[in-house]
Design a protein around this ligand. Sequence first.
Ligand code: ADP
Length: 290
Amino acid sequence: MAWRVLARSLHGSGSASGPRLAQRVPQGVEEAAPQGMARRAAADVQAEGPRNWVFMGPPGVGKGTYATRVAEALGWAHISTGDLLRARAESGDALGKELERLQTSGKLVPDEMVLELVESKLSSLSRPGYILDGFPRTVNQANGLMDLSRPPEAVLVMRMPEDTLKEKLAGRRVCRVCRRSHNVANIMMGGVHMPPMLPAEGTCCAQPGALYTRKDDTSAMVKRRLRTYQEEEEALMRSDMMRSAESYRFYVWGGVRECLPGLLHLCDPTTGAMDHTFPGLTHDSAAHSP
Ligand code: ADP
């Protein structure tokens, strides 16, 4: 499969390699970023706190849920490569079929193509911040990301016990219409109750037949994805991204109700820069500190 050709058919013309990505004409759905918004000086990041984030973590840890909520609250973009690729796969053309085959077999889509996809979003982003979810997943992607038009300033690495991850993935249900994730599992973890997250009445997700189980949420696929993620994360820790961005580890010790306020506080540039202490959080490095 000629991935370079396929990547072009996904985003229009252009090659996908190296720094050239940063010079491409924006082709995304949002208008171009104002001059100067793309890269912020390290001093600004230190004074205000980061606005461009990567949320990392194993499947089921809730990075999509937290990324959606934090991004909504702060007026940022939530960019999920899994969602973007699933949406593209639905077209049913040759590229769509190939993407679906890769996604449902738990294999990664080629780096070049995902980098193109992410750059097309970042270069056309008008929002003051973003959260990348599900990207990067390889060292090539992480190194490539730092050469794109708007690299991240902070990384959040999320953690949860494996048994809980499996339970959560078995209970995950996704809305066909808006792609929001819900969960029917009722979990107790270390004395903390994580109740089901069901759709609110009157929303598209609450309509009969709206929710479905993803094809890769079967127990065999989940085992494989968790193993793959572990290997990916070990490699990513040695990437350029981890050397130059602030990094935080967050042990997800409860449900969204308990954990979201702390994460919102951390990610809000006006508060997180001054105080990033809350239960479950560790600050690993301060890339921008003297
Ligand atoms: P999860 O993190 O729960 O496995 P995602 O929705 O992030 O699910 O990804 C689903 C699938 O989409 C992956 O198994 C892979 O095939 C593809 N995918 C998503 N993000 C990437 C990426 N950054 N690089 C390569 N493939 C990706």
